[in-house]
Design a protein around this ligand. Structure first.
Ligand code: GDP
Length: 447
């Protein structure tokens, strides 16, 4: 989402590199470039002004003039100011002390509310909560059904008005759902409300009435990050009309410029609490301003990567493989281990998504986006066409076996050769590193 901004800022910093001292002209030029970068990314003007003002003031101060490396100091300042406009510290959900925690969602139609309700429910469930979803969007014909389908997919019950009971009163449904949640001992109630295509008084009144009926612990305003500057005005309208405690940005996986997303917290004074970044129901997490800033500045997001790995990886299995690879465990690292590791990494998501979280990957963005994920399927197919004996002991894979494997996997013999050769190279390299032999000229991994 923030590719252009990221590139722009990185060019700005490049111009500063190697400078021992920053002149007034350097600071002005840098400030101007940052200003253009933010405006081009669609960041709201008042936010840009405030941001550039703060960076400029700090750039003239002692922390930069006394720094050993002023350019790096500027990056640090920009990073800190980005974190600040994104809301500072990570704002976590507040749970009710007594009775169920009530979370109400509000936002325009199409913002991604219903999808988000299910994502949030799954996220809570993964943390040991027992949520229930409540369908109060009785406006959009298919909304109740959509919530029921999503609820089923994440294994969370949905409270909805009985079909055929007339039009239904969303306020009454919301009120009744709290009683139902108490009776059935759900500890979190997620109330999905109706959205409209545009902001209107009736929609606001209905949302406000639901709010008064369920007295939520958290009201979350859900907004599509792709809608640009409109996001800021909609956020303001909902703040005035319903009020909310936090913002959820959806569709952060899109390729819009994203600046509006960066402006909302500053303009409304409400923190971004969650981010939704894909069609899959697991594409959702807490929003961490520091990590987002890091990503924008291409400093990587190792924390999110590690957390994601912890959630999906089989740690014991990975440790065993690492030991084998280092020659410490029982037996050698085999193609079976390799296949298993590859499948584990795959569970983390697409390779371009994973690589994008590593620092300094901005320069490879284009290659990453063009990377053909099917390449991994091809490697898997080749390995799966080997016999168990071949996978366990790849040394026995001679010419005639290679021809058979190529045929079995629908690939060329040269593809099999390349995979086997690279496997041996990589294994050798890892073993040398494990013995403290340092890094020999880094051969590429297969693929
Ligand atoms: P609602 O009208 O606010 O309830 O919006 P929906 O939940 O029905 O979502 C509208 C559309 O946006 C659907 O097609 C969703 O699949 C899609 N969508 C929701 N969240 C995301 C997201 O994070 N990324 C992407 N790419 N699409 C999303």
């Amino acid at each position: 989402m923030f590719a252009t901004l990221s590139d722009r800022l990185s060019d700005t910093f490049k111009n500063l590199r190697g400078k021992g001292r920053l002149s007034e002209a350097d600071i002005d030029a840098t400030a101007r470039e940052i200003r253009i970068a933010l405006l081009e990314a669609d960041v709201a003007l008042p936010v840009v002004k405030q941001f550039v003002g703060a960076v400029k003031e700090r750039a003239r101060g002692e922390e930069v003039s006394k720094a050993l490396n002023p350019a790096q100091q500027i990056v640090k300042i920009v990073n800190e100011e980005l974190v600040a406009i994104l809301g500072g510290e990570t704002r976590r959900l507040r749970y009710a002390k007594n009775g169920p925690t009530v979370i109400m969602l509000a936002g325009l139609q199409g913002a991604g509310k219903t999808t988000l309700a299910a994502k949030l429910a799954l996220w809570l469930k993964d943390q040991g909560k027992t949520p229930i979803l409540v369908a109060c969007d009785l406006q959009r014909p298919n909304a109740v059904n959509q919530l029921q389908v999503n609820g089923e997919r994440v294994g969370v019950p949905v409270y909805a008005p009985e079909p055929g009971n007339g039009v239904g009163d969303p306020v009454a449904v919301a009120r009744a759902s709290i009683e139902e949640a108490k009776r059935r001992l759900h500890d979190v109630v997620i109330v999905d409300t109706a959205g409209r295509l545009g902001v209107d008084a009736e929609l606001m009144q209905q949302a406000a009435d639901i709010r008064d009926a369920v007295r939520p612990d958290e009201v979350l305003f859900v907004v599509d990050a792709m809608i640009g500057q409109d996001a800021v005005s909609t956020a303001q309208a909902f703040l005035d009309g319903v009020g909310y405690d936090g913002v959820v940005l959806t569709k952060l996986d899109g390729d819009a410029r994203g600046g509006a997303a960066l402006s909302i917290a500053s303009i409304t004074g409400k923190p971004v609490m969650f981010a939704s970044n894909g069609e899959k129901l697991t594409d959702f997490d807490l929003f961490h301003p520091d990590r987002m800033a890091s990503r924008i500045l291409d400093m990587g997001d190792m924390m999110s990567l590690i957390e994601q790995a912890e959630r999906t990886f089989d740690a014991e299995q990975a440790m065993k493989a690492a030991d084998k690879l280092a020659g410490r465990g029982d037996g050698e690292f085999t193609l079976d281990d390799f296949l298993e590791q590859m499948q584990q990494v795959r569970k983390l998501g697409s390779l371009s998504k994973i690589m994008g979280m590593l620092p300094g990957m901005g320069q490879f963005r284009e290659q990453l986006e063009n990377f053909d994920e099917r390449e991994i399927d091809r490697i898997q197919a080749i390995i799966q066409s080997m016999t168990p004996a071949e996978r366990a002991n790849p040394k026995i894979i001679d010419g005639s076996r290679r021809a058979r494997i190529a045929k079995g996997s629908g690939r060329q013999v040269s593809d099999v050769n390349q995979l086997v050769d690279r496997f041996f190279e990589a294994r050798k390299m890892m073993q040398q590193m494990a013995r403290g032999g340092g890094m020999p000229g880094m051969p590429g991994m297969p693929g």
